[in-house]
Design a protein around this ligand. Structure first.
Ligand SMILES: Nc1ncnc2c1ncn2[C@@H]1O[C@H](COP(=O)(O)OP(=O)(O)OP(=O)(O)O)[C@@H](O)[C@H]1O
Ligand SMILES: [Mg+2]
Length: 466
């Protein structure tokens, strides 16, 4: 065995003040295939440790300046998984105990046959390989748990999984950005599951779904009688999420008046219920999501810059479906479920479409196709017409209003349609953009015969009114 080279590369650090002995050891081990850096004292060894990760360290116990024991202690702090072998002039029990206490793998008495040294180093290297493999295995297992329901092995999705692994266990605020239906909520859940708060609540609130005053009382709670209708005191979601995670969806829609309050909680965990003077402290991790471009929102003065930085400590960008076409077959298979098949040209149409509504829209299209099909087989004709390319994609500019229908009513109708489509049928958002309340929007939809999804329905007079 003594003439063989080692099977896998091992990064070895050799520290000894005896240059001659060190030289002999290093020469011999290099021939065996070790990658070696050497140092003559503890201080320069520490320098080397800053720049490189070692598998095994061979340290002389007695050196002028920093002793090998002190160095071993530092080393175990900097690189806990590096295995340490100590060399000592005297094989006393006392030295053996000290070596054990710093967590050394083994210790050897000088002078010793180099062959013995090699055997010990190989054992240490094998031990190091084992811990390395264990760590990797653990990471793999926990990933498959926290992101189990997520489909996609494209590089972009792998990057997302990696970020979830890394960022999940920290308590840092995270901003998830991505187009509508790209899986922002799913990622927020995975981050929570991967966090140290996984056994505490994950509370979700959607800023776009609630009017300003309601949003405020949901988030921060209120005291009895603080406003009309506040018949009892109510804790806010920050209190309910205490110890856990609060997922603030569509944070780009948070009204300016609430942003300072949110900033305060993020800064020092303090908040007050509406109508209360009592300061409360909460320990809540914030995960936020948005499909808006937040830098634009900040530039336009709609979102506070300081709040943006607080939320954007780490950010995670979810790729739109069209940028990971390779994931589409797996997604389709998952949403089809067992027993169902799909024609190749139907799948091809799905792969070619640009999916403005991303995965959510894909799920809807497949659900719809399953209803239309009568033999557990999806054909091209079962897919929505915009997917098969028989009608212009809704993502392109809306059709211009023909000149002969330039009445105010027709313009209004076209405008409402455009906004509804842009907001993908979300009436709360469309109403906000249009500057009307939801009830008025419903009245307008009815009047102009527009379905809630933003599709024109029925036949209309040429001025656009039924
Ligand atoms: N990688 C994925 N694998 C499987 N299903 C996914 C994946 N990403 C998202 N989905 C599914 O797609 C749908 C939309 O996801 P989600 O609600 O998380 O998107 P979103 O980005 O929050 O959308 P919106 O902006 O409209 O709120 C959900 O049904 C979700 O389970
Ligand atoms: Mg969402």
């Amino acid at each position: 065995m003594s003439d063989e080279t080692i099977s896998q590369p091992v990064d070895l650090l050799v520290v000894d003040d005896d240059a001659e002995y060190r030289g002999t050891v290093v020469r011999r081990l290099k021939r065996r295939g070790y990658e070696i850096l050497e140092a003559g004292d503890g201080e320069s060894a520490l320098q080397l440790l800053q720049g490189r990760q070692f598998d095994v360290a061979l340290l002389d116990m007695v050196m002028p300046g920093m002793s090998g024991i002190d160095l071993a202690e530092q080393l175990k702090i900097l690189q806990p998984e590096c295995e340490v072998v100590l060399l000592t002039g005297q094989g006393t029990v006392e030295n053996a105990v000290r070596a054990m206490k710093v967590g050394a793998f083994d210790f050897l008495t000088k002078p010793c046959p180099l062959a013995d040294l090699e055997v010990i180093l190989e054992k240490a290297a094998a031990q190091r390989r084992l811990t390395k493999e264990n760590t990797q295995l653990r990471e793999l297992l926990s990933r498959s748990h926290s992101t189990a329901e997520m489909i996609g092995e494209s590089p972009a999705m792998r990057e997302v999984y990696h970020l979830i692994e890394r960022a999940g266990p920290t308590d840092k605020a995270i901003l998830i950005q991505g187009e509508s239906g790209t899986g922002k909520e799913l990622v927020a859940k995975a981050l929570h599951r991967r966090s140290l708060r996984a056994d505490k609540p994950l509370v979700v609130i959607n800023c776009a779904a609630l009017a300003e005053t309601l949003l405020e009382s949901e988030l921060f709670g209120h005291e009895k009688g603080s406003f009309t209708g506040a018949i009892a005191a109510k804790p806010g979601l920050f209190e309910i999420a205490d110890g856990g995670t609060l997922f603030i969806d569509e944070i780009g829609e948070m009204p300016g008046s609430l942003q300072p309050k949110l900033l305060r909680v993020l800064e020092d965990g303090s908040m007050r219920r509406i109508g209360s003077i009592k300061e409360r402290r909460v320990d809540v991790r914030i995960i936020a999501a948005t499909n808006r471009d937040m830098t634009t929102e900040v530039k336009a003065g709609r979102f506070r810059e300081d709040l943006f930085y607080r939320i954007n400590v780490m950010s995670l960008q979810l790729p739109p479906l069209r940028e990971r076409v390779g994931d589409i077959p797996a997604l389709v298979r998952k949403f089809l479920g067992p027993d169902w098949r799909i024609d190749p040209d139907a799948l091809q149409a799905i792969e070619r479409y640009r999916w403005p509504g991303n995965i959510r829209q894909l799920i809807n299209a497949i659900d719809r196709a399953k209803i239309l099909s009568d033999d557990k087989q999806i054909r091209r004709k079962d897919l929505p017409r915009e997917v098969t390319g028989n009608v212009p994609e809704p993502a392109v500019a809306p059709p211009p209003v023909p000149p002969d229908v330039n009445s105010l009513a027709a313009l209004q109708r076209a405008h409402i349609l455009e906004i509804l489509q842009r907001e993908r049928g979300n009436k709360a958002r469309a109403a906000r953009v249009l500057g009307v309340n939801r009830r008025s929007l419903y009245r307008l939809l009815e009047r102009y015969a527009i379905s809630a999804e933003g599709e024109a329905a029925g036949s209309l007079g040429k001025d656009g009114v039924r």
